[in-house]
Design a protein around this ligand. Structure first.
Ligand SMILES: Nc1ncnc2c1ncn2[C@@H]1O[C@H](COP(=O)(O)OP(=O)(O)OP(=O)(O)O)[C@@H](O)[C@H]1O
Ligand SMILES: [Mg+2]
Length: 151
């Protein structure tokens, strides 16, 4: 595991106030660590622990990291967690894995499983997938801590 300095794959207009990036082993332990690191990092950035949006961010990271280490895994390769605090109290989450040829698909299956991305879709303000050249992909999601206007 090592830290790295990378450019996050987000719109030019969204200059982050703070960023965090970590390479993690593509194991269940690495996925668990991704969630724990997220909880600590966003607390340091002032998102109250156990708040609705902090919990949402932790759950999203847990699901995306679990997917990276099961469906997006390549032997000997890490996955990457990146977090960025954006203007208007938005958190950008990016989970990058080396399997660019396998796109995530939201489908509810009759058997067990297939719920992770449904959860991400419900909790995130927006999410999507982008290529991570030359051969990987980034699954990203944004969570907003801003209250809707009119409340
Ligand atoms: N990072 C990824 N790389 C490749 N395929 C993915 C990735 N994430 C998701 N998928 C594909 O999308 C499907 C749906 O993902 P989702 O997280 O919703 O369900 P699941 O991982 O199969 O089950 P669950 O999350 O409920 O344990 C997966 O079964 C897999 O085929
Ligand atoms: Mg999943």
């Amino acid at each position: 595991m090592k830290s790295e300095s990378v450019q996050m794959d987000m719109p030019q207009s969204a200059t982050p106030a703070a960023q965090f990036t970590q390479l993690l082993s593509a194991t269940r332990r690495g996925a668990r660590l991704a969630r724990l690191l997220t909880v600590e990092q966003i607390a340091q950035w002032g998102w109250p622990r156990d708040s609705e949006h902090a919990d949402a961010a932790a759950l999203i990271v847990a699901e995306l990291a679990a997917n990276a280490v099961t469906h997006g895994r390549l032997a000997g390769r890490c996955f990457r967690l990146s977090l960025a605090l954006l203007p208007a109290a938005r958190l950008r989450i990016e989970v990058t894995d080396p399997r660019g040829e396998r796109p995530p698909t939201v489908t509810r299956r009759a058997d067990e499983g297939g719920r992770g991305l449904i959860l991400v879709d419900a909790l995130a303000a927006d999410w999507g997938v982008r290529p991570y050249p030359p051969s990987g992909k980034t699954v990203w999601a944004e969570v907003s801590a801003a209250r809707p206007t009119g409340r």
